[in-house]
Design a binder for this molecule. Structure first.
Ligand code: PHE
Length: 340
């Protein structure tokens, strides 16, 4: 037997299902849910009217009512999920989320700068301070004060970049020794990394601009032993504890005695001896030249002695990393640089 209330519930369901399907946004859908299933809602109202039904009708209508509530609730939920998906689809319109992302390459310091920083840190641990000087230098700072006479080959026009006013691109960082001694009195303990320039033919082992690191230590009782100890400690820290050294007598105008330093370690260049630095005890002629300029006797050669050293950072980087051609450091080729 079919009663009126069953028919009413059925037609309400059919009508509402159409409304749900046509619903365009979530707020509208929520309003519809409340109108149907909320307290006093259209479907809820039938539950209140169950009293009016006969004993036989009650269970049947109650079942239909429950089924209708379940069916409408899930229709509402499905429509809501569809609306949310539609919204998201709009937000990503025109975006292909399967495309690979944009990579942001991170930069790094140039290998020579990295080496300079490491070298500086090792010397700083030994109490050396950083000093500086101009790349465009006077002949006096670059040569005369460094006991380098006018006829010395280093001063040759053909080997050096001279400015019209007589200044020049410094041929070594040793000019910073002079700049420092003009300003400071002993104890002096400095390192000075920087560019040096020579009119060299550019090839696999030469650049017209390269990078040096200078060192100077002036105090009472500074000995050759201090020089050896300092350089050997430094290069062992940088290249490895098994490094062996050879101090070969050499000549520099501004040090006496002078040496070239060779290093040998199993890990580098197949264990061959490599020439890595120039050094020596500061020649008293340097103290005299700076005293004359200062107009005092701050650098009394009877009281003070010192050592100085200099080495090429480009060359050291080549040795350390097995780089066969120095020009790679200035070519700016990412494929080379990104390996450091
Ligand atoms: N200035 C020297 C060069 O460029 C190196 C050096 C520095 C030697 C300090 C002795 C002392 O070759």
């Amino acid at each position: 037997m079919f009663c009126l209330m069953e028919a009413q519930i059925e037609s309400l369901c059919l009508k509402v299902l159409k409304e749900i399907a046509a619903c365009g946004d979530e707020a509208q859908l929520e309003a519809l849910r409340v109108r149907l299933l909320g307290r006093g809602g259209e479907l809820t109202a039938f539950s209140d009217r169950m009293r009016e039904l006969s004993k036989e009708e009650k269970p049947r209508v109650g079942k239909i009512l429950n089924e209708s509530r379940t069916a409408l609730t899930s229709a509402l939920e499905e429509r809501k999920a569809a609306l949310v998906a539609e919204q998201e689809g709009k937000a990503f319109a025109g975006v292909d989320v399967t495309l690979p992302g944009t990579a942001f390459p991170s930069g790094a310091l140039h290998p020579i700068t990295q080496l300079m920083d490491r070298a500086t840190q090792i010397f700083r641990r030994m109490g050396f301070a950083l000093a500086d000087g101009p790349d465009i230098e006077t002949e006096w700072h670059c040569f005369d004060a460094l006991n380098t006479p006018a006829d010395h080959p280093a001063r040759n026009e053909a080997d050096t970049f001279y400015m019209p006013d007589g200044r020049l691109l410094r041929t070594h960082t040793s000019s910073i020794q002079i700049r420092t001694l003009e300003q400071m009195a002993p104890p002096v303990r400095i390192i000075a990394p920087g560019a040096a320039y020579r009119r060299d033919e550019v090839d696999a082992t030469h650049l017209a601009q390269f990078t040096q690191m200078e060192g100077l230590y002036v105090d009472e009782n500074v000995t050759l032993g201090d020089l050896r100890g300092t350089l050997e400690f430094f290069f062992r820290e940088l290249l490895g504890g098994d490094a062996e050294f050879r101090f070969r007598p050499h000549f520099f105008p501004f040090t006496e005695p002078s040496f070239e330093v060779d290093v040998r370690t199993a890990g580098l260049a197949g264990g061959r001896w490599l020439e890595i630095a120039g050094c020596g005890m500061v020649d008293p002629a340097v103290f005299h030249a700076v005293n004359a300029r200062r107009g005092d006797q701050a650098l009394d050669p009877e009281r003070f002695s010192g050592f100085a050293f200099g080495f090429g950072l480009d060359r050291l980087a080549m040795i350390q990393s097995g780089v066969p051609d120095i020009r790679l450091f200035t070519d700016g080729d990412q494929r080379f640089l990104s390996q450091f």
